[in-house]
Ligand binder design. Structure first.
Ligand code: SF4
Length: 234
C-alpha cells in the first residue's frame, strides 16, 4: 500500500488512460525511496548479479529482505554513476515509476502518479497510454508474479496469525511443522533455500531458470499454507 503523501494524484488511472513519461536520466528517482521486493524480484536480481537468493538477501536488502538496501545518503545501492547498474533486472516499483499500481478488492487495476523528486527532470505528458508506458517497461511478468505472491502471502500471514492466536495449539502446530515439508517460516521467502528444501523432500528437480523456480516456490508456499491451515487450532 502506497501512502497518500507519496501520491501526486489519487489512484484513478486505468491502462487506457492517457499518459507518457520521458526519463532524462537525472538519477534522482533512485534517492530517498524504499523499493519493495517480493521473492520473484529478489530471484531476478540475484540471477542478474550471479548469486543465490540467500546471498542476495543478506547482502543487498533491508528489513528482513522486504526492501532494497540503501547507502548512508539514502540512495539505492544499485545506483551507479551512469544510472541503474541492474537495469535489466530492476524491480517492479522501478519499472512502474513514476506510477504506482493498486489492485481493487474486485481484482481491477488502478494507477496513480507518484510525487516526483523536487528536482526531477522527467517529462510528463499524455501522448501515449498507461498501458503503452507499462509495456515499454517490461512489467508483465513482474505484475503477474506480484499478484501471485500477494495472494499466497496474504493467506500465509492469515494462517500464521490464526496459529499464533491459538496458544493451546501452538506447540502441536510447531511440531507438525517440524515434521512436515521443509519449507517453514525461517526460509519461506528465500526462494533458493525454499525450493531446494521442497524439491529434496518431494524428489523434484529444481528448475534452473527463474520463472520455473518461481512457480515451484509458489507451489511450496501453497503447501506450507495448506499445512498451517490443517494444523490443530488453525
Ligand atoms: S534498482 Fe535501479 S532503478 Fe531501482 S532504485 Fe535502484 S538504482 Fe534505481
Amino acid at each position: 500500500m502506497i501512502g497518500t503523501s507519496l501520491l501526486k494524484s489519487p489512484f484513478h488511472l486505468t491502462r487506457a488512460s492517457g499518459f507518457s513519461y520521458a526519463c532524462q536520466a537525472c538519477r534522482r528517482c533512485c534517492q530517498g525511496k524504499r523499493i519493495p521486493l517480493n521473492p520473484y524480484e529478489v530471484a531476478r536480481l540475484a540471477a542478474h548479479v550471479g548469486t543465490s537468493t540467500t546471498e542476495f538477501l543478506a547482502r543487498h536488502t533491508e528489513v528482513g529482505g522486504a526492501i532494497l538496501r540503501r547507502t548512508d545518503d539514502d540512495t539505492c545501492v544499485f545506483l551507479g554513476p551512469g544510472g541503474c547498474t541492474v537495469h535489466a533486472a530492476r524491480p517492479l516499483a522501478c519499472r512502474l515509476y513514476p506510477l504506482g499500481r493498486q489492485r481493487t478488492a474486485g481484482g481491477d487495476e488502478l494507477f496513480a502518479e507518484l510525487q516526483p523528486h523536487p528536482q526531477s527532470e522527467g517529462i510528463y505528458g499524455d501522448a501515449g497510454t498507461v498501458d503503452a508506458f507499462l509495456e515499454g517497461q517490461g512489467v508483465a511478468p513482474y505484475v503477474a508474479m506480484a499478484d501471485r505472491y500477494g495472494e499466497v502471502l496474504v493467506r500465509m500471514l492469515n494462517a500464521l496469525a490464526r496459529r499464533e492466536a491459538c496458544a493451546e495449539a501452538q506447540n502441536e502446530a510447531e511440531a507438525a511443522l517440524q515434521h512436515g515439508p521443509a519449507v517453514g517460516e525461517d526460509n519461506a521467502l528465500d526462494m533458493d533455500a525454499a525450493v531446494t528444501a521442497y524439491g529434496a523432500e518431494r524428489g523434484l528437480a529444481v528448475p534452473a531458470d527463474v520463472e520455473g523456480k518461481t512457480l515451484l516456490h509458489i507451489q511450496a508456499l501453497e503447501a506450507f499454507v495448506a499445512r498451517l491451515d490443517a494444523s490443530p487450532g488453525a
